[in-house]
Ligand binder design. Structure first.
Ligand code: GLN
Length: 525
């Protein structure tokens, strides 16, 4: 899967949709993302650079597209599903130092391209797949992605019918001319062909419905069969994309071109049921996202988890971004008095945290349903210490190393690290829930497994003080006893989790905490 003309066309959503459709035909699939930048993973990137950092069950910090893959297909991705140029080079350089290529000059072709191909073919993965969908980040023509494209060319040649190239491009509408323009698409395909890759399927992103004649024209200019050129119009919800693509026969054309069987009864029944619920939702609820990044992609999985949980509660969720840096005792009332629920977002560092603490206090004292996630949970804990326990100087060691009331402290094994990349507490860990807690009732099971990404934690020395004052530690790691969940049972819904439930909410299996939170928000009026 490649993209042309411009970025942000939704390659991740199209890859996820294709994955979903192939699953519907009974095939075992996986979807992977190859990013052309040099960072080993996006864990060290600022969300402004690359949006949210998604975390896999096995603890890899990855591109947010993996979140789409999981939400659409309900399968877990792993470290093998996210590859960067940095990781490719690191592997090759490590091999060179070990002496694996003794006597040879190491070059982009064949050594780098061979390593790319090895990963595209998932040679290290023991799981059996019928299809591996590989999405190449960036746009055709980027200098950085050239080795990826060369690997694609070689694989297409080597695998023949067993490999297929889908290219997603953009067809703009020029209002002044009153016409859609296919020239950028033609250029983009030419560029692909110049690299030796003939696309088999073209998907044209468009804001306007395209006439049959436009698709025909693109087909003939680009050497692609007519039935393999389709359009992806703007839709009210990204979850309608698989249905829209199936209606145009994308699944059938892929299977036919690859010589695979089509299941006649594949029709996305279960998926359509969710879409139907989404369309019939009438009531609207406003949920405030209190965070510091005013950017759609920064809290992608949280946004999607809330939207999905809304569907299951029959409500449309209106997300109101509240910039925590701008919150003050003067503005808090006007920012939060009209919302039905509040999410206090994850994050790192000092900037904007006083606003999150203020939001936690406003929510607690006004009994507004509130969900604190990771740093958000830590801010709930600090606020409670300052306002209820009477420790005015309570803080996290992350923000204030000197505070005598370090209610959030650094984890033991994080103290003497020499490297930043990939060293947080990452991936899924078990969490035991207290028998009479709200969360135990919400999950409906005694032990859960959730994904983490943090260095700091609740300081257990304060457990008793908190519990006596009404904030309970209701989820703990069975081995390390780290506190993973706090709740105030006296309030309608006031829960903080040290882990990130948003990473494991999918369209067909929404996360119980988000569903319950939205239920509380829906009852708010
Ligand atoms: N900065 C906090 C920590 O490292 C929270 C991290 C997060 O919100 N993901 O513990």
């Amino acid at each position: 899967m490649t993209g042309g003309v411009v970025s942000s066309l939704g390659k991740g959503i199209l890859s996820s949709s294709i994955g979903k459709l192939l699953q519907e035909h009974g095939y075992r699939i996986t979807i992977q993302k190859f990013d052309p930048y040099i960072n080993i993973d996006p864990g060290t990137l600022n969300p402004y650079e690359h949006g949210e950092c998604y975390v896999t069950v096995d603890g890899m910090e990855t591109d947010l597209d993996l979140g789409h893959y999981e939400r659409f297909t309900d399968i877990h991705t792993t470290r093998g599903n996210s590859v960067t140029t940095g990781r490719i080079y690191q592997t090759v350089i490590d091999k060179e130092r070990r002496g694996d290529y003794l006597g040879k000059t190491i070059q982009v072709v064949p050594h780098i391209t061979d390593e790319i191909k090895r990963r595209m073919l998932r040679e290290d993965d023991k799981t059996e797949y019928d299809f591996v969908i590989t999405e190449i980040g960036g746009t055709i023509g980027d200098i950085e992605s050239a080795p990826f494209m060369e690997a694609v060319r070689q694989l297409k040649w080597e695998l023949g019918q067993r490999a297929l190239s889908v290219h997603l491009t953009y067809v703009p509408y020029l209002r002044a001319a009153g016409e859609v323009k296919t020239k950028p698409t033609q250029h983009s395909v030419k560029e692909l062909q110049g690299m030796g890759i003939q696309p088999d399927v073209l998907v044209l992103r468009t804001e306007q419905h395209l006439e049959e004649s436009v698709l025909r024209k693109v087909a003939s200019f680009c050497n692609v069969s007519q039935d393999a050129v389709m359009q992806s119009e703007d839709l009210p919800s990204i979850y309608q994309v698989p249905v829209h693509m199936m209606e145009q026969g994308l699944d059938r054309i892929i299977l036919q071109k690859m010589g695979k069987e089509c299941r006649q009864d594949a029709d996305l029944t279960e998926w359509k049921r969710v879409l139907h619920m989404q369309q019939s939702a009438t009531a609207q609820r406003t949920v405030a996202l209190v965070g510091k990044y005013d950017l759609q992609d920064a809290y992608k999985s949280i946004r999607e988890s809330l939207n999905i949980a809304g569907i299951y509660n029959g409500v449309k969720v209106h997300l109101k971004f509240v910039n925590s840096e701008l919150l003050s005792p003067m503005t808090i009332e006007s920012e939060l008095d009209d919302v039905d629920g509040i999410v206090i977002c994850p994050g790192f560092g000092q900037r904007g945290i006083e606003g999150k603490i203020l939001a936690a206090q406003y929510a607690r004292t006004h009994d507004i349903p509130t969900f604190g996630i990771c740093l958000g949970m830590q801010m709930m804990v600090i606020e409670f210490a300052r306002d209820v326990l009477g420790y005015a100087d309570a803080d996290s060691r992350e923000m204030n190393a000197e505070t005598p009331h370090n209610v959030i402290d650094i984890m033991e094994n994080q103290k003497n690290l020499t490297q930043m990349g990939g060293t947080m507490r990452l991936g899924a860990y078990d969490c035991t829930l207290s028998p009479d807690s709200k969360v135990r009732a919400i999950y409906g099971q005694p032990v859960v497994r959730e994904r983490h990404r943090h260095r700091y934690e609740f300081n257990s020395a304060y457990t008793e003080a908190y519990e006596q004052a009404g904030m309970l530690c209701v989820g703990r790691n069975p081995d390390s006893h780290l506190v993973e969940i706090v709740e105030i049972p006296q309030l309608r819904w006031y829960i903080g989790t040290q882990f990130h439930p948003e990473y494991s909410s999918t369209v067909l299996h929404p996360h119980p905490l988000f569903v319950s939170f939205l239920q509380a928000c829906a009852g708010a009026e």
